[in-house]
Design a protein around this ligand. Sequence first.
Ligand code: SF4
Length: 386
Amino acid sequence: MKVSFPNMGFNRVGFKTFFECMGAEVIVPEPTNRNTLKFGVKHSPEFVCFPFKATLGDFKNALDQGADTLVMAIDCGPCRFGFYASVQERILRDLGYKDFRMVPLDQADLLEFKWVKTLFTTSAQKDLKMYANAAKAVIFLLKKSKLLEDIQTAEGIFRAYEQNQGDTTSVVDELLKKLDETNSLNGLRQFRSVIKEEFSKMDIDKKRKPLRVGLSGEIHITLEPYVNLDIRRKLGELGCEVHQSLSLYDWIMHKLHLNYHRKWLEHLSRPYVPMDIGGECVWVLGEYIYKAKAGFDGFIHQYPFTCMPEVTARTIITNKLKQMYDLPIIYFSFDEQSGVEGMRTRLEAFVDLMEGRREKLKKHEKLPGEYGNNFYHECIKLVQIG
Ligand code: SF4
């Protein structure tokens, strides 16, 4: 059995380990690129969501590499995500890819444990060892996804202080390689120190007072750098600290009902949207309010063109929250027509606006002590004290 899955940025490292623990041979699709996207766009319904097109291209790439089992998350939620797997399967079969299985991974509520059955279908063994492997797969996925989140946190902070452009990206690439190769519990326990050690070696300018920008939006667009034109990196290179709490780990903990940060965001957004309407709408609103209250300089909301829940969030922020909280915001709607130069120009203008605002307010306050998790505070100590 050769198992594959669609790309979602860094998280390929976690998914790979997850299926390897089940004894499956894993085919990691090439990082999303021009060719895979071109295929996805050509063979998808024109007005389907952009992540559908990008992940269709990833699946074609995996099948061409020999994958025979494709795992795709499904949901019974209020938007189009629930139909991705079945429609993609139909398209691929119509195009002549007959010899594969599409395995739906039910993510609606992880505490219903429907995903366990999916996990077993990807297992090389069908005896008692399968249960031990499944437990190991879950533990390793949780640990690796948390470490990936920590790398993301450190990346968002350190890039704003780097002396030599590109150093942060090199450190991140090196850490991802190391994390991919770390397959022991002991190694994973020590890995947070490895992250701090690698970032501490960077040449940074501690005197800088970077702008602080919150970043949120639809999950695939936010986590996959090819489809968002690597917005985190561009923003960091313009001298901004990028704060993004959305990650694979954040999503898993939410689906296990253990994500208290998301519960807090739901509380903040409840007066405007009292229920989950799909995508990240509820949490984007919560993040906007949370970042505004914490004293951020700006906020970026990114989403796929035609994404109904995110467009709803945008409308509520524009018509209501912006007046109430006055946190500058810029929106990016991505699809296959999006271009880097247009995005860069808009980002530069946004950075100028945030700088002007900070100058006018004449303050660069510390974030409130309760803001951020422990690892965030450790990173801040490293860039400000050393
Ligand atoms: S969240 Fe948006 S992009 Fe994702 S499936 Fe729903 S409508 Fe499409």
